[in-house]
Write a protein that binds this ligand. Sequence first.
Ligand code: NAD
Length: 490
Amino acid sequence: MRLFERREFLQRSALLAGAAAVLGGEATSMASAAVSRTVSRADKLRVAVVGVRGRGMSHVFGFLKNPETDVTVICDCDEGVISNAMRTVEKAQGKPPRFEKDIRRVVVDKDIDIVAIATPNHWHALMAVWAMENGKDVYVEKPASHNVREGAIMTAVARRTGRICQVGTQSRSNPGMREAIAYVHSGKIGKVELAIGLCYKLRPSIGDVGRREGEQKPPPTMDYDLWCGPAPYKLPRRNTKNGTVHYDWHWFWDYGNGDLGNQGVHEMDKARWGLNQSTLPRSVFSLGGRFGYIDDGETANTQLCVFDYGPQLLVFEVRGLPTKDYKGAKVGNIWVGTEGYVVCPNYSGGVAYDKDGKVVAKFTGGNDQLHFDNFIRAVRSRKAGDLTADIHEGHLSAALCHLANISYRLGEEAPIGSPRSLGNHKIVQEFAAAMLEHLKENKVDVTKTVGRFGPLLTIDPKTERFIGNDAANTMLFREYRKGFELKDVL
Ligand SMILES: NC(=O)c1ccc[n+]([C@@H]2O[C@H](COP(=O)([O-])OP(=O)(O)OC[C@H]3O[C@@H](n4cnc5c(N)ncnc54)[C@H](O)[C@@H]3O)[C@@H](O)[C@H]2O)c1
């Protein structure tokens, strides 16, 4: 027990014992509950939250709310964004956390038990591996990885070091979602042959200042070299004002994975979970484009992805332009069985229907906190099997997004309305036709506007490599910048 904590523990115990003596029975039980909390407080796990501009604040709140954790370090390479996190922690814990700009100082800090990573995607794997190699447990945001190989390396390192590594796909901890998936698995909708994942989320233009003016300046408060980390050092070619240098990295391949690997990875994860698949698929293809505006972004805002799991099919669609829903879901999932189907339009539940569309079951309940709490329970038990979103699951679901993006990026450019053979599945034809209708509704001239038609890539699920396609295999990993190399330990 550290000195400060021991003193605080003794003081609190004495106070509570006094209160119990004065107030009688009720206070006694209150006191003993609080004391047991205080005992664990003395043994609290010390968390460093890394990247606190957006999602990192949810980490701060999540670990502040969990009675077993203290937030002791805030790490961000942009000092301009940290005040909210620093103030929040100080208010909750009575003293400010330490601030560190450089993650390399955090991962070797002996006073840290847990590293919680909410940085851009291109940093996830390297930070997680550094932390685990230095004996820390890790909560890493989704997508677990920025490329396929990273996820496999993270899983291998977690297993070798015995560290606990939770991925931030929080739907997995929600009872409503767990019940819905259990229902899909139970056979009550018959044999499940199809999973649909939807990421219909409005993504407006990010502007074209980069196209017009070229390189822009990062904010003066940011250590931009650290922000780039393993990615090439290139000045941003996008708007960098009013905080946009931050979030908009999602739409650049060096750092992000498009909306497929952003919002989409949540629904991809659930789609695969419902199919009960624990490997990569046999094949993938993807088509789409960035339609409706010309801006600095590189990734697709409209994308159809098809994954072949043998007897099962996973169809995923991204729509970033205004759209109506599909069977009541915009950001959600549908699993279709021989006897019925289940629709989950959110993170915490959904509805099961029979073949005739009659409601037969409903599932509801959950919140973000459960995922942080599940992680902490696994940190205590030391069993990765207690995690609802272990790194291996996170790896597989992120990998699906990466595989589809590889097909998309290798795709042939042609007007998106050009006739194409998309295989024999009726559902794929229907989705492709609906995607064109959706684009027309958004005034995209599909006869002229160029998109990409990705090749059908076959995969060896055992080796997690493409069969007979060197260009695609090269894209399973990346070049790491000097000083930020991720060792391929596989
Ligand atoms: N689970 C969820 O529901 C959920 C929701 C939103 C975002 N996310 C994920 O969280 C991550 C962060 O997303 P965001 O929207 O907060 O992004 P953001 O760009 O707004 O914030 C990222 C923060 O990380 C910091 N950062 C970057 N490199 C760093 C480094 N080397 N060291 C320390 N800090 C560094 C940035 O300065 C910034 O403050 C992404 O991976 C995203 O996919 C998850």
